[in-house]
Design a protein around this ligand. Structure first.
Ligand SMILES: [Zn+2]
Length: 310
């Protein structure tokens, strides 16, 4: 175990590490790294460059080796903004993820983004002040704190694109360990890869599988997501490093399937009954999921699914 300001490093198996983020510190999405024998592979790079630098330092200190490869699981900034600290390495993603990262920087106007964020912060502060549910208030406070740190770091973030791209499967053969990158299409976004280490039965899931957290659906395709999880289920997994939440296991793949399926079913049924979106947003979180972290994401999902399900 190693603690930094942004994350806790946990060695899940010999040479395989999870970097689990701390709430409200701006790193936002989990990362990890793998000792390949002669060099290190880093999986995802956090939202803040400062957190990515701490990740690189932790990885090099704990293994005594240098980072050679970086993998981006999908295009979201909380998994790719830290690429700037790994410019000298080989950055790997799917073709579609590279394209999406490029697209997100193409029209980037930092002053417009800062203005957008400050009006978001003002709304969020009002909501926090009036929020009676303690769990929701805490989640909104963490969101505010994470995004404020992001806004302060915007000038440090630059486009650093993957240089090795693939579409279905890529295998990296280290001197002591082999890792597999699998791409079964897009679910959480238009393209989501996961990393599997067969000898150790460890899976780095990115945002395809979260543990104890609501999972954002609005940039992807929930039905395709279910299909990807179906194809992930046969993998033997003893430890699963999720994109958000603590280290889990194989059972979290099934929990994720249930979550996506249950929300689709719930919103469809409510629409058939003629429930309006506003009524739906006024209802409490489905009982089965009422204890999950980041309940504000549940609201975003209801909002998204209501329109998506036509
Ligand atoms: Zn994501």
């Amino acid at each position: 175990m190693m603690e930094t300001q942004f994350f806790t490093c946990k060695e899940v198996k010999d040479g395989l590490y999870a970097a689990i983020v701390k709430d409200g510190q701006g790193a936002l999405g989990n990362a990890g790294f793998v000792d390949l024998g002669d060099e290190i592979l880093v999986f995802d790079t956090f939202m803040l460059p400062q957190a990515a630098l701490a990740l690189r330092e932790a990885a090099e200190e704990l293994t005594g080796k240098k980072v050679k490869y970086v993998v981006n699981s999908h295009y979201h900034g909380d998994h790719t903004n830290g690429n700037i600290m790994f410019k000298d390495t080989v950055i790997i993603s799917t073709t579609e993820t590279r394209h999406k990262i490029q697209e997100s920087f193409r029209n980037q106007d930092v002053s417009a983004m800062k203005a957008g964020l400050s009006s978001y912060f003002a709304q969020l502060e009002d909501r926090i002040a009036g929020e009676l549910n303690g769990q929701m208030r805490q989640a909104l406070q963490n969101d505010l704190s994470d995004k404020r740190l992001y806004a302060e770091s915007l000038d440090l973030i630059e486009e650093v694109l993957p240089t090795v791209i693939f579409d279905e499967k890529l295998v990296i053969q280290g001197s002591e360990r082999t890792v597999e990158l699998h791409h079964f299409g897009g679910g959480h976004t238009g393209s989501d890869l996961f990393m599997y280490i067969p000898e150790d039965q460890v899976l780095y899931a990115g945002d395809l599988v979260l543990v104890n957290n609501h999972a954002w659906m609005g940039h992807g395709n929930p039905h395709e997501w279910l299909g990807i999880l179906e194809r992930m289920a046969p993998f033997s997994v003893s430890d699963l490093i999720p994109g958000h939440g603590p280290v889990g296991s194989h059972t979290n793949i099934q929990s994720m399937q249930e979550y996506v399926g249950d929300l689709i079913r719930f919103v469809s049924e409510m629409k058939v009954k003629g429930t309006s979106k506003e009524e739906l947003l006024g209802m409490p979180v489905l009982e089965k999921y009422s204890k999950l972290e980041s309940p504000h994401v549940y609201e975003w999902n209801i909002n998204f699914l209501y329109d998506y399900l036509g």
